[in-house]
Design a protein around this ligand. Structure first.
Ligand code: GLC
Length: 434
């Protein structure tokens, strides 16, 4: 009897715990589905840091906040044209834009009432670039996500973390409740005045996980609830380099495909939320004049295809110039990716992860009973596909020429690939399966 009561109590406690656990609303589920079908988005890192042309972490290099902030008076991006940005991005096949509303330097790229340190009040430009961008996104039908930094290297109320320790902040005036309130007021503006925002993309959680602040409580659940209540279809994402926590709707990876960790930022396991990995076109997020080391279009397309093969989106970054234009090389890359996506987007958008993990020769994506075999390496001539479903027909996606295959010993198939021009970006075979 006692035992029975105990297990009843345990069951009740378990259920009470479950009752608290986050359940995405139908609106969030719809956003997640739409997001996962998009597969490709463009990240924009733009702020007064772009003026220094040394990346978005420049304030962290021993500069005092008071000196740095003077740059605002010189920020006049005369060539900024939201319509041009959005059309170039749309033409690349990207289906959403993630824009840095406020980065770690604490400068707000919209007309916020919560601080004068913003694009309208602090610069001679005086234009609300976020408003122009969000209007244009709606006009051209592309989704908007907003990056929002939890860190602020300039404000005294943000408690000193691992980074931005030499900007001249008065650490005695740290006041997290005050800062938390400030952030929530800003988030309320972002989710009230800029039309539909499909996701808030947080960054900086890791700033407080040093020895002294390991138990720091960011109070994320309250913030996440606020977001979901202001815009029920707005998803929450957090680039905390950890497994997702309660209330998050997307899982993010940085500079690596899910499950890989070459950059040391993505050791976390893969959960069940829609996945996104962000990466740079060159080496830096914010504009860095010296960094012309761009990945080729072929490399970028391969990255996108490999992400899709794992069921993940690619969020590919551009760091606009201080004059407001997207760098010419980024524009070239967008064009080339766009041409490829126009011809092959059907094998990427709306697909789910392939039937088996990527191989040396490439990867697969699936759409119903169509398996797209993306052969990314020039050298591959015969490939083995471990298939659980019966293969019926195989043909080149581009021109429908039949591709030969036979059953292999492992119960899958061995496919013989035709010779193809050197440097083919992606030789796609469509396989019809059960
Ligand atoms: C890192 C960097 C940040 C950048 C972000 C993009 O967290 O701190 O500068 O915005 O990655 O993924």
């Amino acid at each position: 009897m006692k035992k029975c009561l105990l297990s009843l109590c345990a069951a009740a406690a378990f259920m009470a715990g479950m009752a608290q656990s986050y359940q995405p609303s139908p609106e969030i589920k719809a956003s997640q589905q739409q997001f996962a079908a998009d597969r490709f988005g463009i990240f924009i890192h733009w702020g007064i840091y772009s003026l220094f042309a040394q990346g978005e972490w420049y304030l962290n290099s021993g500069i005092k906040q008071d000196e740095y902030a003077k740059a605002a008076r010189a920020f006049y991006p005369a060539d900024f044209d939201a319509a041009e940005w959005v059309s170039a991005i749309k033409d690349s096949g990207a289906r959403y834009i993630t824009f840095t509303s406020r980065h770690h330097d604490g400068f707000s790229m919209w007309d916020t009432e919560q601080s004068d340190y913003n694009i309208v009040d602090a610069t001679p430009f005086k234009r609300d670039v976020l408003k122009e961008l969000s209007d244009e996104c709606q006009r051209q039908g592309i989704h908007l996500h907003l990056y929002y930094s939890h860190i602020d290297w300039g404000r005294d109320d943000y408690p000193l973390g691992r980074t931005g320790r030499h900007t001249g902040k008065d650490s005695l005036r740290a006041d997290y409740p005050h800062y938390y309130d400030f952030m929530n007021r800003q988030l309320t503006e972002l989710l009230t005045n800029y039309g539909p925002v499909r996701a808030i993309w947080f960054d900086g959680w890791w700033d407080q996980n040093n020895r002294e602040t390991r138990d720091f409580d960011w109070q994320l659940p309250g913030q996440y609830d606020l977001i979901h209540s202001l815009q029920p279809s707005c998803m929450v994402a957090n680039n905390h380099h950890q497994e997702p926590i309660e209330g998050e709707d997307i899982q993010i990876f940085e500079r690596d495909l899910p499950g890989q960790n070459t950059a040391g930022l993505s050791g976390q396991g893969i959960g069940s939320l829609p996945l996104e990995t962000c990466n740079t076109m060159n080496g830096m997020w914010g504009y860095k004049i010296i960094d012309q080391d761009y990945k080729s279009s072929k490399e970028l397309i391969h990255y996108l295809v490999k992400a899709a093969g794992m069921g993940a989106n690619l969020l590919l970054n551009i760091g606009p110039q201080p004059n407001g234009q997207l760098p010419a090389t980024s524009l070239d890359r967008l064009k080339e990716i766009g041409a490829w996506m126009r011809a092959n987007g059907e094998t990427i958008y709306g697909t789910s992860a392939g039937d088996f993990p990527a191989r040396e020769w490439g990867t697969t994506t699936r759409l119903g009973n169509r398996l797209f075999v993306h052969v990314l390496s020039d050298g591959a001539t015969e490939i083995d596909l471990p298939l659980a479903r019966k293969a019926r027909k195989a043909f080149a996606y581009a021109d429908k020429t039949p591709v030969k295959f036979t059953a292999n010993k492992e119960g899958g198939i061995r496919m013989t690939l035709p010779s193809r021009p050197a440097n083919t970006i992606d030789y796609i075979v469509e396989l019809e399966t059960d």
